[in-house]
Design a protein around this ligand. Sequence first.
Ligand code: SF4
Length: 215
Amino acid sequence: MPVYETAAGTIRRGAAGSGADTADTRPDTARGASSAEDAVLRIGGTEPESIVDGPGFRYVVFVQGCDFRCPGCHNRRLQSFEGGRPAAVRELLGEIRENPLLDGITLSGGDPFTQAEACAVLAEEVRALGLSVVTFTGYLWEDLCAAAGFGGGAAGGGSAAAGWRRLVEATDILVDGPFIQALRNIDLRFRGSSNQRLVDVRRSLAGGKAVTLAF
Ligand code: SF4
């Protein structure tokens, strides 16, 4: 069975629902969020206007916490689940609404799938504004889909799997896979190593396999 080896331990394929190998390390603020009124994220910060975190002009949310601990990670301060600060989704939405130049938001980190439910709430509200959502993750597209029950497979139980499914569905472009130092390439756009893919989520869900975008 494919596994992810992280500094925090072994995460098996489908870990969001299995619960057998993965402790729920998400911060309290990320659990149980269901609406923009009560959802709270733990974030390391924001970048109100970026042109390097996805196509167009984007508001970037750096989610706090990541299990992968990739050697060479350029956001090491965002790996800890203890750092950062709480940020209400409604406050982030207020800032996003104030900027008419934005093409969308980018959920970066850290790993947004460690706080999937609250990230999904934000992403859904942003898409309702007509903006796009780019989400970075250390997980592979195929493993997220298996864990969330896309493609005919049975989703794992529990709120984590439901949150993963909701965040996948609220994402337009998923940048997947861990950063691999040996594959680092500074000429790539929007990602650091050549193993990472820009997955077109709508077309991938419709076709049942990853459809990647060339940037
Ligand atoms: S997945 Fe991203 S944030 Fe997490 S350790 Fe790897 S490079 Fe850093």
